[in-house]
Every structure is written in structure tokens, then in C-alpha cells.
Design a protein around this ligand. Sequence first.
Ligand SMILES: CCCCCCCCCC(=O)SCCNC(=O)CCNC(=O)[C@H](O)C(C)(C)COP(=O)(O)OP(=O)(O)OC[C@H]1O[C@@H](n2cnc3c(N)ncnc32)[C@H](O)[C@@H]1OP(=O)(O)O
Length: 172
Amino acid sequence: MSTTSGATGPVVRAGGDFQEPPRTPGGVALCGACRERGTCRLGVERERLDEDGVARFALTCPRDQEGGPDVAHGGWTAAVLDDCLGHLPLLHRVLSVTAELTVSFVKPVPVGRPLEVSARVERREGSRWYITGEMVLLPTRAVLARASGIWVTRDQGHFARHADWLAEQDER
Ligand SMILES: CCCCCCCCCC(=O)SCCNC(=O)CCNC(=O)[C@H](O)C(C)(C)COP(=O)(O)OP(=O)(O)OC[C@H]1O[C@@H](n2cnc3c(N)ncnc32)[C@H](O)[C@@H]1OP(=O)(O)O
């Protein structure tokens, strides 16, 4: 199993011997830094894969992600779209990483207001998943941002190979 040391002990990573990450009661898969706090620091509150194949995420932009007055920093919008779209392969029990991501910022995203991100697989080619998604304001469903990208399936050794590569860099 793939582990690293965390402040409260070993942290089990998705991509170890089992591809299922820990989830919140709302079903949100937790990345490394969020596991100890037990919630998604980007403000994703609920996550589910619906029968139509679309993954839907309920979220709110946290106040500490404010950029302009009362609106999200664009980096938060890009990060949360990367996260949500990247969870779609995980919902199919496949570990992948983002190879490419394009974001269209359609409207400023208000902080502290209910939002929804939806994500769908457009097609799969080899190890590549082509995924698109959008963020809407609730309840009107006005589109705030759109994203598309390519996620590449990884095997269990992905992060260990990266650690080896980094160690080689350190020896230079
Ligand atoms: C809950 C726990 C986990 C939560 C995950 C949440 C999702 C979060 C999403 C992320 O933020 S992931 C972090 C950001 N992304 C990365 O760190 C990826 C860094 N890049 C890499 O690791 C490598 O460049 C990558 C794995 C993408 C490609 O590695 P390689 O170049 O060694 O791969 P390879 O040459 O074997 O190619 C594998 C496939 O990737 C394709 N590929 C590689 N780079 C590409 C690219 N830039 N664009 C499109 N496709 C690309 C390549 O064509 C090929 O397709 P096929 O297998 O179908 O032929």
C-alpha cells in the first residue's frame, strides 16, 4: 500500500493497492491534504455519479478563496474544476492525473453562494479520458465557467516513480 508520513501518522494514498480514496459523508473523495481535516478545502460538499453518467458536485466557494470583492480567485475556479472533473475517473475506480486543462471564465463566481459543477466523459482513447464540465450558480443554473481536459490513467506505481524521479533531481 502506498503511504507517506502525515502529521497524525501514515496517509494512505489512492493509487496504492486499492483505488478508492477516503470520502466524506457527502461522498467527496479527499485528496492528500484534505484527509486530515476530513473536508474538501476547496469547498466541495457533495459528490455523486448519476445514472446518466454525469457526475454532479455541490459546492460553495470559501471566503478565503476570494479574489476580487465577493468573487472567487480564478485559481480557485480552475482548481475546483480540475478536482471535480478529475474525480470522474475515480468514480469509475480509475486513478488518473490531469494532462491538460482548459478553463473558460464566463462570469465572476460569487463566494459563499450555492454552486454546482457537472462533469461528463466525452470519450476515451487509450489511457486518455476526455472530460468536460461546467460550473453553474444555483438556483438559476446560470453558467459561470466551463472546462475541458484530458486525464491519463495511471497505475499503482505513479507516485512512487515520481518520488524516484525527484530523488534523482536532488542528486544533481
Ligand atoms: C482522491 C485522490 C486523488 C484525487 C485526484 C483528483 C484529481 C486531481 C487532478 C490533478 O490535479 S492531478 C495533478 C496534476 N497533474 C499531474 O501531476 C500530471 C503530471 N504529468 C504527468 O504525470 C505525466 O506528464 C503524464 C502522466 C500526464 C504523462 O506521462 P508520460 O508522458 O510518461 O505518459 P506516456 O508517454 O506513457 O503517455 C501516456 C498517455 O498519456 C498521453 N499524454 C501524455 N501527455 C499528454 C498531454 N499533455 N496531453 C494529452 N495526452 C497526453 C499520451 O498520449 C499517452 O496516451 P495513450 O496511452 O492513450 O497513447
